[in-house]
Every structure is written in structure tokens, then in C-alpha cells.
Design a protein around this ligand. Structure first.
Ligand code: AHR
Length: 503
């Protein structure tokens, strides 16, 4: 059955903003099997001389991930970065209180930077503002970025890294508003320590950029007062404010589940308004942009995680097995960020391998793509250029928590260099296809390159080690082009990528 038609008008002059490629970033935390058994597994048949898994690296390169946040997450709030550098045999094993495991410290800052170089990505480094403060953070910047001639820069050289790592992007702690955080703080406490830490980090290296912690989710009671207070206290030092948001489908209500990106839209818009309020209050010329540095679906593994024994090394934590509907919501969330490409300049899908991740591995065995790999890959590969305002008319529905939910979620990106426009579109309708007309009026004649579709009859279908391609995209989408008008029928519950070449 078909629901009423949807229409989208896109004009090359109605620009949202340049897409900063760093919105396609990801995250590797010392948590579960993200590092150990994920990106790093010495002895694996496909590991290189440093123990980096080549099969995982290939899957990551397939996405073209521009930036990776490290080493946490909650982990960073109890981490001593010094434990992870220098000769491996003298590194301490420690109780890790964020995830109740043992951290062997076989992998640390220098290994991560080597891995980044091999994976063609850059680092977003977080400092510990839970148990530590400005002194350890400025020492870390000196160790990582100062060229030479001081104790810490020479120490780095003695560890085999003569050249500075020149890490440009730094997070001032992680989720400091959360009671689960080691060393959680009030907004006033955090705002002050963020300001003092940021100040000395920038004194060591004035070229770095800093991300201050925003609220841990839209649902935090202190949101958005937290953002207002924190930015008021560290406006001068911060360049970005962070947002984190995960969604689940615990009520088994898929229509409501797919509507949740509307919450993400309002989260983004409220943080922009709050940042701009503080800017106005301070009569400042500086704009604070957004770093959505944790986002994804996360709930499938909650019960299994409760069964994990304390104090093991790299247990299978947060190993969500993603299904088809999860991929649809991930697609909607990517569209949400593109719709505010003017202000969302960085984002990290959390995380990259095994831990709530698009890539899964078996220890000693295969690596495969989860369902959510596909929308993330499509957006990263085809969603670079200028995001365009989507003028949308769509039939709507009411869900439990959201009203007037458009069946069509969509945005277009114009890549001027390649002479291409890509339309990303989700049909949220669970049972009906949706006819779509896209009017690309100002672009003139277009040619269809391909219409990629991710669809499946079973919303709960997932990819596993035994059936790694159960949910995979095809290019048999129905889009047809007539001049600058595109007609397509979007299958029920589908993710669509309509790629157009401009004349
Ligand atoms: O990504 C998993 C965890 O989620 C991170 O460690 C934390 O920052 C968030 O609560």
C-alpha cells in the first residue's frame, strides 16, 4: 500500500552550510572489546606488526572516518595517561572503575596515534577532569604536542616518537554532569575547572581546539541550565560544546522509536540557542559550535552487561547487535546533524568497533558490518559538500512521544567539486511505501548515478557472524529523473541514497 505523496524542494542557493567532514567521526574507548579484540589484537591472523587488525582497518577505511575520539568516555575520568606510554612491560595493570574491569595498558596514546595514521584518521583526545585537573592535562599536551627540549617532550622522543603528534582537538573531560561519572561535578564546579584546564592547555599549545562538556543527554534534569552555566564560565577557552544522545526501543514501539530523531533536532536547536544566549550575554564575537561526540542506538546489550563479572580484561560489554530499524534511526540521526551542518561541526558515532558499534569482530576470527554500518558509510562517503535546506511536504503520523512526525525524513548535499547532489531519505512508514518527488529546480538537468536502498521485510533482522549480509544495501531503487525532477517510490521502512550527476 502507498501513503500520500511526499515532496521535497531543494535549491542550490538555499544553503544550510558547509558539511564539516568531522561530523562523520567515531569513538574508541578503553571499554569492552573496542581496543583489545577490536582494533588491537596481536596474534590475530590479520594483525600487523603492531597488533592492529587489518580486517578491521579495511572496514574502517570503507567508511572514511575523519576523526576518532579517545580514550573515553567514562573511562577517561579515572585514567592516568602516563600508564599507557613507555615500555609496555613496565606499564601497570589497574582496576578500572568506570566499567569495573582490569585495564592492562598494553595500548596507549602512542599506539593510538600510530593506529590513527594507518587508519587515515585524526585524534580527538579527551583529558581526565574526574580524578585529575589542569596540571595533568597540560602535561599531556606537552608530551603529545611540544616539539622537544623539555622533560615531557624528550620523554616522548625516548619512547620512540621524536616528532610531536600535533593533536588538534581535545575534550575537556567527559559527561561531567552524570552521577555515574568518576568525579562528577556541578555545572559551576565543572565550568571553573574547564576554564582553568583549557587556559593552561592553550598556553602549552595555542593551536589546539577545545570541546567543553555539555549535558550527557537531552533527558538530564540540569539540561539546558548546565550548558548556560558551563559556557558562561569557560566561554573564552571553549570552542565547542558537546552533546551526547542514545536511543532505544525498549517498549517495542517502532513508530515511536523512529520518531526519536525529532528529539535530537530539538536537542541540537536548544544547545545552539543556549550557546548563542551566552554569546549575546557576553557581547562576544565568538560563536561556539557543536560537537555531537556520542550518538547512536544503545539498549540491546543492557541485560547481558548486567551478567558480566567484575574485574575481567576486555569482556564483551555493550555489544549491541543492531537490526534493520536501528539502521533507519541512525540514518535519521545523520540527517538531523546535516540539517544543522551550519553549527554541528563534529560528531562521533559511539563507538567504532564491538562496543555499540557499526563493526563487530570475533576474537581470533572474522570482522563484519552491522546494519548501522551502511547509513553511516553512505553519509560519510556521499554526504560531503554543502547541506541544502530541505523544504518538505510529507504525510505525518502521531507516535507515543512525538506528534506530527513526517514519514519522510530527508536532506540533500551538494558536492560542487564532483558536480553531484545526493538526497538522503528515510521512509518511516512501517507498512507502506512512500512516493517522493524531489524538485531540484535551480540545478538544471540531472542524471541518476544510482539509487541505493537499505530495506528488509523484518525490522528486527540483523547481521551476525554466520549471516553477515542478511541486511545489506542494493542499488535497485526506483528513482527516475526527468530534467531536474526526480520521482521515486521509497519502500516501507527504508533508507535511501539517491545520487545525481549535474549536467
Ligand atoms: O559510549 C559509552 C558510554 O556512554 C561512554 O563511556 C559515556 O561517555 C556514555 O555514557
Amino acid at each position: 500500500m502507498m501513503s500520500n505523496k511526499a515532496k521535497m524542494i531543494v535549491d542550490k542557493d538555499f544553503k544550510i552550510g558547509e558539511v564539516d567532514k568531522r561530523i562523520y567521526g567515531s569513538f574508541i574507548e578503553h571499554l569492552g572489546r573496542a581496543v583489545y579484540g577490536g582494533i588491537y589484537e596481536p596474534g590475530h591472523p590479520q594483525a600487523d606488526e603492531q597488533g592492529f587488525r587489518g580486517d578491521v582497518m579495511e572496514l574502517i577505511k570503507g567508511i572514511d572516518v575523519p576523526i576518532v575520539r579517545y580514550p573515553g568516555g567514562n573511562f577517561v575520568s579515572g585514567y592516568n595517561w602516563e600508564d599507557g606510554v613507555g615500555p609496555v612491560e613496565s606499564r601497570p595493570k589497574r582496576l578500572e572503575l568506570a566499567w569495573m574491569t582490569i585495564e592492562p595498558n598494553l595500548f596507549g596514546l602512542n599506539e593510538f596515534m600510530d593506529w590513527c595514521r594507518k587508519a587515515n584518521t585524526e585524534a580527538m583526545m579527551a583529558v581526565n577532569l574526574g580524578t585529575r585537573g589542569p596540571n595533568e592535562a597540560r602535561e599531556l599536551v606537552e608530551y603529545a604536542n611540544h616539539p622537544s627540549g623539555t622533560y615531557l617532550s624528550d620523554l616522548r622522543a625516548s619512547h620512540g616518537y621524536k616528532q610531536p603528534h600535533n593533536i588538534k582537538t581535545w575534550c575537556l573531560g567527559n559527561e561531567m554532569d552524570g552521577p555515574w561519572q568518576i568525579g562528577a561535578k556541578t555545572a559551576a564546579e565543572y565550568g571553573r575547572i574547564a576554564a582553568e584546564t583549557g587556559k593552561v592547555m592553550k598556553w602549552v599549545d595555542p593551536t589546539i581546539e577545545l570541546v567543553a562538556c555539555g549535558s550527557s543527554s537531552l533527558g538530564m534534569k540540569t539540561f539546558p541550565d548546565w550548558e548556560a552555566t558551563v559556557l558562561d564560565l569557560c566561554y573564552e577557552q571553549a570552542d565547542y560544546i558537546s552533546l551526547h544522545q542514545y536511543y532505544g526501543n525498549r517498549d517495542k514501539d517502532s513508530a515511536n522509536f523512529l520518531a526519536q530523531s525529532m528529539g535530537m533536532d530539538s536537542f541540537i536547536n536548544t544547545v545552539i540557542s543556549t550557546a548563542d544566549y551566552v554569546q549575546a550575554k557576553k557581547r562576544s564575537k565568538k560563536k561556539i559550535n557543536l560537537s555531537f561526540d556520542e550518538w547512536n542506538v544503545w539498549y540491546h546489550s543492557n541485560e547481558a552487561d548486567r551478567q558480566i563479572e567484575r574485574w575481567s580484561v576486555a569482556p564483551p560489554q555493550l555489544e549491541d547487535v543492531y537490526n534493520h530499524e536501528d539502521a533507519l534511526l541512525v540514518g535519521c540521526m545523520l540527517i538531523s546533524m546535516l540539517k544543522r551542518a551550519d553549527r554541528v561541526k563534529m560528531a562521533c558515532i559511539a563507538q567504532l568497533v564491538n562496543v555499540i558499534a557499526p563493526i563487530m569482530t570475533a576474537n581470533g576470527g572474522a570482522a563484519w558490518k552491522q546494519t548501522i554500518y551502511y547509513p553511516y558509510m553512505h553519509a560519510s562517503i556521499f554526504g560531503r559538500g554543502t547541506a541544502l535546506v530541505p523544504l518538505i511536504q510529507s504525510p505525518k503520523y502521531d507516535a507515543k512521544d512525538y506528534t506530527d512526525v513526517p514519514y519522510l525524513e530527508s536532506v540533500a548535499v551538494h558536492n560542487e567539486e564532483k558536480g553531484e547532489v545526493t538526497v538522503f531519505a528515510v521512509n518511516r512508514h512501517l507498512t507502506d511505501s512512500l512516493p517522493l518527488e524531489v524538485d531540484l529546480r535551480s540545478f538544471g538537468d540531472c542524471r541518476l548515478i544510482e539509487h541505493i536502498v537499505l530495506e528488509h521485510d523484518d525490522l528486527k533482522a540483523a547481521n551476525t557472524i554466520d549471516a553477515p549480509d542478511r541486511v545489506a544495501p542494493h542499488t535497485r531503487g526506483s528513482a527516475a529523473v526527468d530534467g531536474s525532477r526526480i520521482e521515486a517510490t521509497l519502500g516501507k521502512a527504508s533508507w535511501n541514497v539517491i545520487r545525481l550527476k549535474l549536467a
